[in-house]
Design a protein around this ligand. Structure first.
Ligand code: FHN
Length: 428
């Protein structure tokens, strides 16, 4: 199909992301897994300089530790993630309740994780890895077998391609980027293309313009109109593509006029390191997911496999616990297909989400005053019924015009979140 017209003002040539068919699954699914995996993983967060001192970083190690290009190429040539187990990764996502996976196909370092024909700086042609393996194809099969969607992160910024930083040759780089994207779409049919690095700092004037972004979006839509594209296709913080991308943060209220997805690390690093042990707790992570759903967002939670291709056990354990919590007593009802409640304000003690005629009030912090929780109404509605998911607690409901007081017998029963399901009738 011919790509839609491009140029300023044509962004809305595409169906509104809020209602478009292509985003339907994305708007429902709420929880995905991000994977940062590349040649940088070979260093596992540590680079020993010629003078013997050690420099630490993750996926930015080449830049931030000023590793000379030739040396970085030698490091990449040793990369051999023989332990990469696509089935284990896809199963971890499935068990966690993550409905989609987005893996770095190429990060800023410019190293392609599939056997691209565009250059040799890739996992087949520049590594010690099995020449017959293609980890993106493996992951595609493993995710599809489990009804998990697969998408690709792709960095526009490229530290390896010499044509990127030179204004005269930048168009040649762009041609190669387009060719790589066509390979990714034709060979693996990704559900998402997650761009990044449009904010390149290589030159004082970032070469990547809003027009480049619009053209790229049109190009991707022309390759496959069903792909969900994030907003970093254009200049950061300009609404573009389908989805906004707050990073390492959760907006404190629903974002107006934009679908959004918070991407976040399980510890403090995107790529694997053997020194970052700053793991978030399962309770914190689950509450984050609930808060995001209650503000109509998605949660893209990152794992960084080590040089062997293995996802750290600390990550697997946390994801498993999130999945267990979600499956218990259908507490996942507060997440999948749920969004900002509209009818009530967000309470100080937790978060509320809504799905159809049900409100899910997730209690994180019980008021010091006792076991009563107040919801402030934003619109008129009537509570028909209230119950705590996964417990036989009765919930006393006292409704007045502007608020609802809920008193579950026995107070806190769940260390992560007590989910109170309210059946409501919105009133005209
Ligand atoms: O520089 C990258 C970073 O390495 C990581 O990939 C994150 C994920 O959103 N994006 C960039 C920073 O915005």
């Amino acid at each position: 199909a011919a790509p839609p017209p491009t140029g300023p003002g044509t962004d809305y040539a595409y169906d509104d992301p809020f209602t478009a068919d292509r985003t339907r699954w994305w708007r429902e699914d709420r929880f995905g897994q991000f994977i940062h995996f590349g040649a940088y993983s070979q260093l596992q967060g540590k680079y020993q300089r010629p003078d013997g001192t050690v420099c630490q970083d993750a996926e930015w190690i080449q830049r931030n530790c000023q590793i000379p290009r030739a040396e970085y190429e030698q490091i990449a040539a040793k990369f051999n993630p023989a332990g990469f187990d696509a089935n284990a990764i896809a199963q971890t996502a499935k068990d966690a309740g993550q409905k989609y996976v987005v893996i770095t196909s190429k990060h800023h370092e410019g190293y392609a994780m599939w056997p691209t024909k565009v250059n040799k700086f890739n996992l087949r042609d520049h590594s010690s890895f099995d020449k017959n393996r293609d980890i993106l194809a493996e992951l595609k099969r493993a995710t599809a077998a489990r009804d998990v969607k697969l998408g690709f992160y792709y960095s526009i910024w490229d530290w390896h391609d010499p044509d990127f930083p030179d204004p005269a040759t930048f168009p040649k780089y762009k041609e190669r980027m387009y060719a790589q994207l066509k390979e990714l779409v034709d060979n693996y049919h990704p559900a998402v293309l997650w761009f990044d690095g449009e904010w390149s700092a290589d030159r004082p004037n970032n070469p990547w313009t809003e027009k480049d972004g619009e053209e790229l979006e049109a190009y991707v839509r022309g390759l496959d109109p069903s792909i969900v594209v994030n907003n970093r296709v254009g200049k950061r913080r300009v609404v573009d593509g389908d989805t906004g991308t707050p990073e390492q943060e959760i907006p404190d209220k629903p974002v107006d006029g934009q679908l959004w997805e918070s991407c976040m690390t399980l510890n403090g690093s995107w790529g694997y390191t053997d020194w970052d042990h700053n793991w978030k707790s399962p309770a914190d992570l689950t509450r984050k997911l609930l808060s995001i759903a209650g503000r109509s967002g998605n949660f893209l939670l990152n794992v960084g496999p080590d040089r062997n291709g293995r996802v750290p056990q600390e990550s697997v354990d946390r994801l498993k616990q999130m999945g267990q919590w979600l499956r218990t007593a259908k507490q996942s009802s507060a997440v999948y297909g749920a969004s900002a409640p509209g009818l009530v304000a967000e309470p100080g003690w937790g978060v509320v989400s809504r799905r159809g005629d049900k409100l899910y009030a997730s209690v994180f912090d019980w008021p010091a005053s006792g076991g009563s929780l107040t919801l402030d109404a934003l619109a008129p509605f009537r509570v028909r019924d209230a119950r705590v998911l996964g417990s036989g607690q009765r919930v006393k409901v006292e409704q007045s015009s502007g608020s609802v007081k809920l008193t579950p017998s026995g107070g806190r029963t769940n260390d992560i979140a007590t989910v109170i399901e309210l059946s409501v009738d919105p009133l005209p």
